[in-house]
Design a protein around this ligand. Structure first.
Ligand SMILES: [Zn+2]
Ligand SMILES: [Zn+2]
Ligand SMILES: [Zn+2]
Length: 137
C-alpha cells in the first residue's frame, strides 16, 4: 500500500487513482425485491354514494351513486346522515356491516336504496369489496 498522496510529490501528477469507481456492480439492481404492495384495508361503503373509493365519506353529498346508476337517497348534513326527500335523520351505524341495535329516532333504513332490511354496506347497489384472496378453499 503506497498510494498515499505524498504532499511533496509534485512531479507525480499522473496518478489517477479514484477510490470511488463509477462502475458499480450492476448485478445488485437486478435482484427483484419482492414488490410487496400491501393491500389496503377494505374501505367501508359510503352511506351516501355507496362507493368504497377513498373519500370524505362523512361529508359525502354525491347526487348519484358511485357507479352513477342511481340517485342517492341520502346525503350528509352536518356530518349526520339524512334523507334527501325530507331531511329525516338516518342511522349511520345501521349502514355498517355490524349494523345497529339501538333504539333511537334515527331511521334504520338503507341509505342506498331505502330498504329497511339491510344497511348500505350490504346493499346490492353498493360497490363490491375487492376480492382479496378468499380464505376458504
Ligand atoms: Zn360517498
Ligand atoms: Zn341505529
Ligand atoms: Zn340497500
Amino acid at each position: 500500500m503506497r498510494d498515499t498522496a505524498d504532499p511533496s510529490d509534485l512531479q507525480n501528477k499522473r496518478h489517477r487513482f479514484r477510490p470511488s469507481s463509477p462502475f458499480k456492480d450492476r448485478s445488485a439492481t437486478l435482484s427483484t425485491s419482492a414488490a410487496s404492495s400491501p393491500t389496503p384495508p377494505v374501505l367501508s361503503v359510503c352511506a351516501v354514494c355507496l362507493g368504497r373509493e377513498r373519500h370524505m365519506t362523512s361529508e359525502c353529498t354525491a347526487a348519484v351513486t358511485w357507479d352513477k346508476q342511481f340517485e342517492t337517497l341520502c346525503t350528509r348534513l352536518n356530518r349526520g346522515l339524512v334523507t334527501r326527500s325530507n331531511n329525516q335523520s338516518v342511522c349511520a351505524k345501521w349502514q355498517r356491516e355490524a349494523s345497529c341495535k339501538d333504539k333511537h329516532t334515527f331511521l334504520h333504513m338503507c341509505s342506498g336504496c331505502g330498504a329497511a332490511t339491510h344497511g348500505a354496506s350490504v346493499c346490492p347497489r353498493a360497490q363490491k369489496a375487492p376480492s382479496v384472496n378468499p380464505v376458504q378453499a
